[in-house]
Design a protein around this ligand. Sequence first.
Ligand code: SF4
Length: 230
Amino acid sequence: MSFLVEPPPLPVRAFHDEELAELNAEFEHWPAPKIIQWAVDHFAPHLCLAASMQDAVVIDLATKVDPGIEVVFIDTGYHFPETLETVEAVRRRYGLNLRMMTVAPHDEELWKVDPENCCSAVKVGQLDRALAGKAAWMSGLRRAEAETRATAPIVARDLRGLVKVNPIATWSDLDVEGYIADHDVPVNPLLSQGYTSIGCQPCTFLPSDPGDARSGRWAGRDKTECGLHI
Ligand code: SF4
């Protein structure tokens, strides 16, 4: 006999996979603010936005739709000081409802010997914790960022069963640069030092291939993704 009790269903509309596929096709033609508005209308407050703090484009867009939206940042303990400064600058600029996911002290060398498990324990584990009780989440993932992301959906179900929304999935690098300039959006100062994709300091290098923005991530290893967006 099991004493496990199922959690009560969230008071949000459930979407079948077929509906999500139809919406995904429709969202190809929607501007990002309208996609975010859809997510807020259907899932808030059981909705959050996971931010990498490379720039605040998706935060700028989302807070214009819902100023109180929960923004999650995973502090792995391995970030560049510039990234943590960006978190603070963005928090001040937008008066963010910021949820910092801090990681308990862990093996300092794990990223050296086993980056797969390091990401899994540090990043994905913290995201899982942040998403507990949520029905949906958003991120700034874009197809133009890497070949591994070229077919990323705008809306789909993730492996947890939550609805995952990527409102700027279709944006090009020029779209992002234009939005930053037009809206004076804060960016991580490492971008002006030549970094094109910013993660944890031990695993982030200047890009080795100018045509591949993520070529500086886990340089010299087979790894290309941390697992957050699977
Ligand atoms: S990016 Fe590197 S340091 Fe950060 S969690 Fe992954 S393996 Fe660990």
